[in-house]
Design a protein around this ligand. Sequence first.
Ligand code: 1HE
Length: 272
Amino acid sequence: MQEAQTTLAHDTAPDHQPLVLQDVQGAVATLTLNRPSKRNAISLAMVGALEQTIGQLPDSVKVVILAARGENFSAGLDLAEIPDMSAAEGVHHSHAWYRVFEQLQFGRVPVISVLQGAVVGGGLELAACAHVRVAEESAYFGLPEGTRGIFLGGGGSVRVTKLIGFSRVTEMMLTGRTYNAHEAFQIGLTHYTVAAGAGLAKAQELALRIAGNAPMSNYAIMRTLPLIAEQPMSHGLMTESLIAAITQSEPEAKERVQAFLAKRAAKVQRSS
Ligand code: 1HE
């Protein structure tokens, strides 16, 4: 059984454009899916390019923005890979996606996704790995696997289901219905809805806020909340108490709390 290859050799499109663009500005790295002519369909090569890019981010990066070029975030799995794929290759294919998606969700830094146009199938599975989802008005969300005769294979049956529940996922997959940006916000698929073209600016604003948090708090939020959600209550409370104690023992936490007590730190601001 041949394991799926996700290596450097596969990180460009046939026209030699990188499949993932990287732009690091201070503490924020923006990774951009770069296959707009194919609606950013996710090929194994793109998965490999994402894996490589994330793995090589400089230590100075504290937040990742995941965006996509063109009018669509992603049309999902590159369907051209399906016809010649054996069952065994299919398993490895999914696991290649899982590896990268795990790096995104449980990596070193939080991820904010900027979503426009089609966010469907594997595109939605990818978006579901992000910690914050900003949708432009044009975004629509669907799981067309049923109509293609296939199934979720990029972790969506776990991650998307955790976001909106298995009942909605079942109905989306059975009927092919899509949610628009406003509906997606209402059901909890996204956190912000912004005007067309305003997604990146919103993500950058949020990224700077997140980058200003204590790193240990960000780490605890990303790493332990999903774990606690899967634990029975008694385990969850124990996990929470341990991570709370560790987080608040960091010198940075002591300094930040002292700054507030000494009236040197900003108060909580109402969100606009
Ligand atoms: C693709 C793909 C793709 C576009 N794989 N090539 N995903 C889907 O079922 C969605 C399939 N795509 C679409 O329904 C439409 O392309 C869109 C609604 C997203 C956009 O429509 P449109 O009119 O803007 O673009 P287009 O003309 O359909 O596509 C432009 C090109 O992209 C065209 O190739 P060309 O060579 O003819 O120019 C399309 O073939 C190509 N293209 N989407 C391959 N998905 C880990 S399991 C996850 C399982 C899934 O993700 S299932 C969902 C798959």
